[in-house]
Design a protein. Structure first.
Length: 438
C-alpha cells in the first residue's frame, strides 16, 4: 500500500464491523447492471506528491480510454487519509464509485464486506487472464482460497534511500546491510550534525509496515494460523520494541518524527537534512521536490544478519495498489473494460513510469524501462524477500489498532519516557483487546 497514506482513524473499526454485518449494504442485493453504459466513476488513490499531480498523470489516460470506448470516466483522487473510511461508508450505503483503487493490504477486509466484484476465472479472462500478473502481487488480492477481490495495478516495495554526500562526509563507504550497521553508521552521521533515519511515527500504516517486517525478522506473526490476533507473542513484542528503540534507545530516528504522518520525512530527505529514509518507490516523490537521482543511492532494507531473503530475512511487505469494482456498478461491462485498459501492457508502462512503481503485469515489468538500478532493487525485493501482510478479514482493524499502539510508543519515546518490554506489551495488549472476536 502506498505509504503516503496518513492514518485512517476514527470510524474505521466501527465502519468495517457495520460493513461486514450488512454484507456490503446495497451492494449485496445485486450483481451489477449496464443501466448507465456511457459513464464510470473512478476513485483513484493519491500516488504522487499531490492530488493535482495525480490528476495530470491520470486524466490524459482517461481521455484515451474515452476515445477508445466512448465511456467518460469521472475522476476523483482521494487522499489516503480519507480513502478507507470513504470506501467503508460506500460498502454500507451502496453509494460508491464504479471502480476504485484500494491499498492491497485492505483486500481481504474489503472482500469480507461482500461489496466488491469477485475476480473469478471468467472475469480474469475478460482482461487477458490471471497468468498475466506476477505471483507476489496476486498474493495480496484477497483471502487465500477465495476469488480475488481486486486486480493488481501498481507494485511497490520498501528500500533504503541514502544521501551519498552525507555518507561520504561521515566516511561511510556503503549502505548498511544490518540494523547493527545502520546504528553504527548513525553515530558517525550524528557526529557530523545530520539526522540519521526518517520515520512517520504518527502514521499508523507506516508503523504497521515496518513492525510487520521486524516481526518477520524475529520469526513472528501478528496472527495465528487460524487468523486469531497474536499481538502479545514475545517475538512480536521484541520486534515492535526494536523498531521503536531506533528512536528511544539507538537515537537514529529524530524525536520530532514521532509526530510525522504526512510524508514530512520524505521532505526532510529531499532537502538534504536526513541521511536515510525507508520508503516505497520514492523516486518520483523525491524528484518532484527537487532532489536529483544522482544525489542518493538505493539499497535493500537492512536485516538482522546475513542478506535479505525469505523467512527471517524478509525486508519488505508486498506493497501496492489494487483496482476493484463495486459489485453494484451500473456499468459492469464498462468497469471491466476500464480494468482491462488500466492493466494493459501499454498503460502499465505509462502509469508505473509516472509513479516510479513496478508493473505487476509480467510483460510490462520486463520492459527495459524498468531495469534502472532503483527498479532492480525494488523488483528483486518483491521477487525474493518481500512478504504479504496478513490477508485476513480483520486486517484493517489490525492496521489501526497496532499502528496506533506503535504511534503511542513513539510519542512516549519522544517525551523521554522509557520504552520497556512491559510498556510495549501493554500497548499491544490494548490493541488486541480492540480486535473483533473471531
Amino acid at each position: 500500500m502506498r505509504s503516503i497514506r496518513a492514518a485512517a482513524v476514527g470510524a474505521v473499526t466501527m465502519s468495517l464491523a457495520l460493513a461486514a454485518t450488512a454484507c456490503g449494504g446495497g451492494s449485496s442485493t445485486g450483481g451489477g447492471s449496464n443501466d448507465s453504459p456511457k459513464t464510470l466513476t473512478y476513485w483513484a488513490s493519491n500516488q504522487g506528491a499531490s492530488v493535482e499531480i495525480d490528476k495530470k498523470v491520470l486524466q490524459p489516460e482517461l481521455d484515451k480510454f474515452q476515445k477508445q470506448t466512448g465511456i467518460k470516466v469521472k475522476l476523483e483522487v482521494v487522499p489516503w487519509s480519507d480513502l478507507l473510511n470513504r470506501i467503508l461508508t460506500a460498502t454500507t450505503s451502496g453509494q460508491g464509485p464504479d471502480v476504485l483503487n484500494i491499498g492491497n493490504t485492505w483486500s481481504a477486509s474489503l472482500q469480507a464486506t461482500g461489496a466488491l466484484l469477485p475476480w473469478d476465472a471468467k472475469n480474469f479472462d475478460k482482461i487477458g487472464g490471471k497468468d498475466r500478473f506476477v505471483d507476489s502481487a496476486l498474493g495480496s488480492t484477497g483471502a487465500e482460497g477465495k476469488d480475488p477481490a481486486a486486480v493488481p495495478l501498481y507494485s511497490m516495495a520498501y528500500a533504503l534511500y541514502y544521501n551519498k554526500k552525507i555518507f561520504a562526509d561521515a566516511g561511510i563507504a556503503k549502505p548498511p546491510v544490518t540494523w547493527d550497521e545502520l546504528i553504527a553508521d548513525g553515530k558517525k552521521i550524528s557526529a557530523k550534525g545530520k539526522s540519521v533515519l526518517g520515520a512517520e511515527g504518527g502514521n499508523v500504516s507506516e508503523n504497521i509496515h515496518h513492525t510487520f517486517v521486524f516481526a518477520k525478522q524475529h520469526g513472528a506473526d501478528f496472527f495465528t494460523a487460524d487468523g486469531k490476533p497474536n499481538f502479545t507473542d514475545d517475538k512480536v513484542v521484541a520486534a515492535v520494541k526494536q523498531y521503536v528503540d531506533l528512536m528511544a534507545k539507538d537515537k537514529v530516528i529524530p524525536t520530532g518524527d514521532a509526530e510525522y504522518a504526512q510524508n514530512q520525512s520524505v521532505s526532510d530527505f529531499a532537502k538534504g537534512n536526513l541521511a536515510m529514509l525507508l520508503w516505497q518507490s520514492a523516486s518520483s516523490n523525491l524528484k518532484s521536490q527537487g532532489m536529483s537521482d544522482s544525489d542518493y543511492g538505493i539499497a535493500p532494507v537492512p536485516v538482522q544478519s546475513g542478506a535479505p531473503g525469505t523467512g527471517a530475512q524478509v525486508n519488505s511487505m508486498v506493497a501496492g495498489i489494487n483496482l476493484a469494482v463495486f459489485k453494484n456498478t451500473k456499468n459492469l461491462d464498462g468497469a471491466t473494460k476500464f480494468v482491462k485498459f488500466m492493466t494493459s501492457d501499454d498503460e502499465q508502462k505509462i502509469l508505473n513510469t509516472a509513479y516510479t512503481s513496478i508493473p505487476p503485469v509480467k510483460a510490462a515489468q520486463e520492459d527495459p524501462a524498468f531495469n534502472t538500478p532503483a527498479n532492480s532493487v525494488l523488483k528483486n525485493t518483491l521477487a525474493t524477500s518481500a512478504a504479504a501482510l496478513p490477508q485476513v478479514a480483520a486486517e484493517s482493524q489490525f492496521e489501526t489498532t497496532v499502528g496506533t499502539a506503535v504511534k503511542n510508543l513513539f510519542a512516549a519515546a519522544a517525551a523521554g519516557k522509557a520504552v520497556t518490554t512491559d510498556s510495549v506489551k501493554a500497548e499491544l495488549e490494548k490493541a488486541q483487546q480492540q480486535m473483533p472476536a473471531a
